[in-house]
Design a protein around this ligand. Sequence first.
Ligand code: ANZ
Ligand code: ZN
Length: 860
Amino acid sequence: MTYPFQTIEAKWQQRWDEAGVFRIPDVAIDDNGKAKPNLYILEMLPYPSGQIHVGHVRNYTLGDVLARFKRACGYNVLHPMGWDAFGLPAENAAIAQNVHPQSWTLSNIEDMRGELQSLGFSIDWSREVSTCDAAYYRFEQKMFCDFLAAGLVERTLSWVNWDPQEQTVLANEQVVDGKGWRSGVAVERRRLPQWSLKITDYAEELYEALDRSPLRERWPDKVRTMQRNWIGRSEGAYIRFAIVGQQGEALEVFTTRCDTIFGASFIAIAPTHPLVESILASRPDLQEAHQRLLADITDEATLAQAPKKGLDTGLSVQHPFLDDTVLPVYIANYVTVEYGTGVLFGCPAHDQRDLDFARAYDLKVIPVVCPPEQGELTITEEAYTGDGVMINSPGLNGHSVAEAQAQVMAWLTERNTGRKGVTWRLRDWGISRQRYWGCPIPIVYCPACGTVPVPEDQLPVALPLDVDMSVAGNPLDHHPTWKHTVCPRCQQPAVRETDTLDTFFESSWYFLRYCDPHNTSQAFDPAIVARWMPVDQYVGGIEHAVLHLLYARFFMRALSACGYFEVPIPEPFSGLFTQGMVCHATYQSGDGTWLTPEAVEQRGEDWVLRGSDEKVRVGRAVKMSKSKKNTVAPSEILAHYGADVARLYMMSDSPPERDLLWSAGGLEGTGRFLNRLWRLATAQSWPTGAASGKLTAEGEALMRATHKAIHTIEACYEGLRFNAAVAAARTLFNALEQVAPKPEHAQVRRYALETLLRVLNPITPHVTEELWERLGHSTLLITQPWPSHDPAWLVEDSVVVALQVNGKLRGTVSVERGLESSQLEEMALAHHNVVKNIGTVRKVIVIPDRLVNIVATPRA
Ligand code: ANZ
Ligand code: ZN
């Protein structure tokens, strides 16, 4: 780089800091004495893993450009930052490196804060929040107690996903293909007392709101679809099947296909269903087989693929419409206890899982829906799940599936054996973690009083720091004193809950704390929150589509229910933007070892190990990750190019929602551009002289280009099309470069340059600020308003002229405005479609900039 980015960037970061320009008051007054509108722009808070990575740089630059732009547009912009500081990696690092999770976390925060600051983000650091700070988590302990009082927290013995390597319970979302999301080890099922949040109480509301404003307009469809699928609304029927020989006893199933009732050939119950216990009580012979079924249970996705297994209970139920038909009752591994009623009726002909099960246990397969163009249907190994015409179904034959469903529903209602109903796939949110580095759950177990929440005046329940991390399991269990306490109610000896909260609990409300970060008496003042919430624009990764983003939506509703707001604020994030990933090619040596980009070089067509002849395999570009060694460290980019180049490059290459393919060449090119801008602005003088008469055509063109740039870039920033904004800024730069620095151009050139600095300022704040100063300004560029454009200058300088022959339109031409009549006449007479239609020309009428009419004899 030829311009002194190092000194410039440090200088301006310090100046902004001294001027306190990013310290945001809750009410800001503009120059006219009016309150500026408040706006909240937020990026997802980082986990303090050690260093920021390129993905962070992209994410935070996106938010920062928008924040700086909106600020210039007159908003009082809240743009805070904090740390999602609890979690497993700190414990793992602590064990591996023999440091305390807290010191590991705090020193990472120091490092990462420094890196973020050197990128020049317009963050109000006075509002920084760290979730592992007792000053923060004491309030979530209070929330937990409030939720408990409101019936939104439950403690239940529940089947959980147990990660044998991490020695912890995982949320369903943390199980990927039957394996722990971090450990990659197959999860087991265990039954443990767990705390959970009743997110299912809000299933319908969370689902419906996805299709209401503002989410409908301002959240990506992709994310709304993912949430919709995750919440999983199914409309269907609940049907009761009477148990044969047990007067008044029935099994209730949930089905979305009541039309297939005549194809039912068995009933299946989930292995962990409460009913199973009573069935087994009278059938000790089945207990061993049942244990084997239990041992196999993993998550649903895996079970869907696994071989179908079950055991015959010996019970049977009566078919609701066929008096002489009874169905056997099985316990089956593919039925989940948490869905519907945990019981289903199997219809092998039309459900693949049921068919696999029927084949394994030799059960009947009765087709009841026939494909429309076929007269009959035989089922072999594949179930027919399509639409069709009813067969083998007394009273329904010949009807469509939809008609059959309506009819069966009517029959069920009539006989009082079933009802219409909706079921949701969403499960309650298990929040207990058997880990140390988290927020203690504020509960005491007393032999006399039972489960007692810790009263508010005894919060926080601080996490003890003197723990032994070398023993397996949760260090809080092994701590000699911490868990022994007295019961808040009866003052007798009692023990603390040693589980900690899922860290998603912390990230479900941090954005509220930013509004009022220093409040010591409550999580936040509702009046202050009302000034800022909801977040106007949230920016983060699509990987949070169903975890964090759903939990935060639930939290707002739960907090509303507990009276935390003046007026309920259902949605935390009005606008959501999910940026693409930063990708890079991968390199591997012959033996498959991953190689860093610095370790390889291109030689002709091939890639080789730097400084050797050893060939290297090049893989396609994938998300940068440490494991594949295809990362580029932001610290190195900063050292070689500086923050402005890094920021500009991040915004230049691809639309922000798409993946960005990292290229060293692209970064170079961006650096060259800023060097050129620097040279242009510093290598000559930029007099401020007053307007010197009429502009030349060249000057007018630059004037037009400048106003057009303002107009275009403004729209691009508004629409988060930052790459298009950069392209438009470069167009203006090129236009400016082409106009020679003659005295008659002085004014327009200076105007163009200043405009360029202003429109680029949100992306490259340091270099533009420096050049602004060098142009003689004593104000900070960051405090300048967004430039306005004059619509008069946007009028295109070309016009469309109609070409007529004897008053009839024969063509049009687009020409420069203000052409001479003779030039227009010449053009018209040369136009192919005019030539075709004229014989002898009598007269030519020209209305400049509009029309040429040729009066002529027809062509012979
Ligand atoms: C009879 C039937 C016939 C079904 C047929 C499907 C096809 P969705 O659409 O995802 O909501 N089911 C019900 N409870 C279940 C449980 N606890 N575990 C596993 N499967 C369960 O799925 C609804 C269908 O899933 C229900 O409709 C039921 O099988 C099954 F031709 O009932 B169906
Ligand atoms: Zn007690």
